[in-house]
Ligand binder design. Structure first.
Ligand SMILES: Cc1ncc(COP(=O)(O)O)c(C=O)c1O
Length: 347
């Protein structure tokens, strides 16, 4: 299977990606930064891909996704966007900011989850950005599509023309978001060559689409690197199958003769802790360590759990002394302000 697949150069991959409709929202490429102090501490060579600095509304991985997902608004047939996630959603923050730039109103339907209507962090930013926000009871993120569909019907009755964005639950949205991360891998490929190293491991905190894009890019570019996704959430769905599905759809959209299945995907949900949205002790320790050593902020919901996993993989010897590791810092730092109580406790 796929034995006749000829890897692409990063330029060839980017030229295929550039055929897909896109609006420019991010400042790219983001920097791939060597982190000397934490490298010393962990006895590895750690490079951080600064996707917290994509430049839109405090940045993050979702800016890249939205460049492709929101290209549909170029048709002029929409007067607003409708999307949803957890109440402290980084995706929604960046989506509303993007919509504002495109002169579209925003409607958010948010799961109450752990932080509800707390006017802090991302929730405060939706307010400043001027989004119309509904908070619904519950915390199961898999209920979001059903709430979005209900709100969509209401908006249609009011004569609105919403672009409904299902994000991680939409077939097309996940494919486009995945492709935006295949593009990131092309950036990293060039950056590794310029900095003269090959990564042994790449870590990404991922619910589904961001990891899928990394997997797709790594295969297309023929990397030897082990891609490791760390989950911020326990899903009811089979997440490895979902990631493989996104990879397959991305490959099809890019006209690549590649096939993925769930056995190819390394995705670890042992660092979620109690549940999505509740910080872990090890995650907070990881946040404090990276801030202390490098002046960098992880976030309490996603990247702190991803970085705690990276540290644990070093301790367990899965990452070996002297190996080259890339950690994609996917953003999320505004959420620290909604977690001031948890983050100010002594651990
Ligand atoms: C900071 C941060 N990191 C990682 C992720 C996971 O991204 P994905 O859902 O594309 O896998 C998210 C998603 O909400 C996020 O906000």
């Amino acid at each position: 299977m796929n034995s006749n697949f000829n890897p692409l150069s990063p330029e060839e991959l980017v030229s295929r990606i550039n055929k897909i409709p896109r609006i420019r929202l991010a400042q790219l490429p983001t920097v791939l930064e060597y982190a000397p102090n934490i490298s010393n501490e962990l006895n590895i060579n750690l490079y951080i891909k600064r996707d917290d600095c994509t430049a839109l509304a405090f940045g993050g991985n979702k800016t890249r996704h939205l460049e492709f997902i929101m290209a549909k608004t170029l048709s002029g047939e929409y007067d607003c966007i409708l999307t949803g996630a957890a109440s402290q959603s980084n995706f929604c923050r960046q989506a509303v900011a993007a919509a504002n730039k495109l002169n579209l109103e925003s409607y958010l339907v948010l799961m109450h989850g752990v932080k509800g209507k707390l006017m802090q962090g991302n929730f405060l930013l939706y307010n400043i950005l001027g989004a119309n926000v509904d908070v619904v009871d519950g915390e199961n993120l898999e209920d979001i599509p059903k709430h979005l569909d209900k709100k969509y019907d209401e908006l249609i009755k009011e004569g609105r023309k919403p672009l409904i964005i299902y994000g991680g639950f939409g077939e097309e949205d996940t494919t486009l978001a995945g492709i935006s991360y295949a593009n990131t891998m092309a950036e990293i490929d060039k950056q590794m060559k310029n900095q003269n190293f090959i990564a042994d491991h790449l870590f990404v905190t991922a619910a589904n689409m961001t990891q899928a894009g990394c997997e797709l890019g790594a295969r297309v570019l023929n990397w030897s690197t082990r891609i490791q996704g760390i989950s911020p959430v326990y899903w009811d769905m089979n997440i490895k199958e979902d990631i493989a599905r996104i990879c397959n759809q991305g490959a099809k959209m890019l006209d690549l003769n590649l096939e993925f299945n769930s056995t190819m995907i390394n995705h670890d949900n042992n660092y979620v802790g109690e549940k999505y949205g509740v910080p872990t002790k090890d995650g907070i320790a990881a946040m404090n360590l990276l801030a202390k050593k490098e002046g960098l902020f992880l976030d309490p919901v996603y990247t702190s759990k991803g970085f705690a996993a990276l540290i644990d993989y070093v301790k367990k010897g899965i990452i070996k002394k002297g190996e080259n590791v890339i950690f994609i810092l996917t953003g999320g730092s505004p959420a620290v302000f909604a977690y001031n109580e948890e983050l100010s406790k002594k651990i």
